[in-house]
Design a protein around this ligand. Structure first.
Ligand SMILES: [Zn+2]
Ligand SMILES: [Zn+2]
Length: 261
């Protein structure tokens, strides 16, 4: 029995692939998408109680794994978890004993394959219909192998601390881990319409988040402040609050001249 409880879905996916034919292969895609989603969400569910389910369930797995990587920079790499007895100062000492193996999809693999499976689950758009992607048993075998590898893990690791702070621009929640505090990382507002970047400044055993050195401007319609990060000439940006579009550009104007007469 897999730690992620996805065995049923894997067996059904295999049965559909064995049956062959376009219709059965599509059903296999659905089972495999379900496996991937289930594994990634279960991993996110371990990220402390601070990160509510209602937040991460709105993310698609590739986005979820990207967020997870910001919490745990090695979350998409396999690892062996061991344990030992700590010394009086809390540092590890004595012999390490193996506890189990942690497995996760590499984020690049997840991006490619999650979207690939999704393509076969909807009617192709006009553009896609010109050169429709073909679902093959070989492609699904490769995906099944990777899902089985990850599902063979016997440990799901979690992050030891996740903190939440409001974005200084739109007040949406921003989540980050102790690893990010220690590294003085840059974090981004979770509201995709805002995306304001902040620095985490560690002060002793505390920290604060700030946008020092970054620019924001008031919306021309509602007056709410909008974060401006790297704006290019001619770029459009909508206000996170009212949706008003703004266009940015260099302007030139005549410099008043002083005359002697
Ligand atoms: Zn924000
Ligand atoms: Zn506005």
């Amino acid at each position: 029995m897999s730690i992620y409880s996805v065995d049923e879905y894997i067996s059904r996916a295999k049965a559909y692939v064995a049956a062959g034919g376009e219709n059965a292969l599509r059903h296999a895609c659905l089972e495999l998408r379900y496996c991937i989603e289930s594994i990634v969400y279960q991993k996110l569910g371990k990220v402390g109680k601070v990160l509510p389910r209602s937040v991460y369930r709105t993310w698609q797995p590739p986005q979820a794994l990207k967020r997870l990587l910001s919490f745990e920079p090695h979350a998409d790499q396999d690892a062996t978890v061991s344990y030992c007895v700590p010394a009086n100062d809390g540092a590890p000492s004595g012999e390490w004993s193996p506890l189990g193996d942690y497995r996760m999809f590499p984020v690049k693999w997840l991006n490619e394959n999650y979207h690939k499976l999704g393509k076969f689950l909807h009617v192709p758009s006009l553009k896609e219909a010109e050169s429709p992607a073909k679902v093959t048993a070989e492609m699904l075998h490769e995906i099944i192998n990777e899902v089985e590898r990850v599902a063979s893990a016997n440990v799901v690791m979690s992050v030891n601390m996740v903190a939440v702070e409001p974005c200084t621009v739109c007040q949406s929640d921003m989540y980050f881990s102790q690893a990010q505090v220690d590294a003085g990382s840059e974090i981004e507002c979770y509201n995709e319409k805002c995306g304001a970047k902040h620095s985490i400044i560690k002060v002793g055993d505390k920290f604060r988040v700030e946008r020092a050195g970054r620019f924001s401007m008031p919306c021309k319609r509602c007056g709410q402040r909008m974060a401006i990060e790297d704006i290019e000439h001619g770029e459009h940006k909508a206000c996170w609050s009212c949706g008003q579009l703004h266009v940015f550009g260099w302007c030139c104007a005549a410099v008043p001249t002083t005359t002697d007469d």
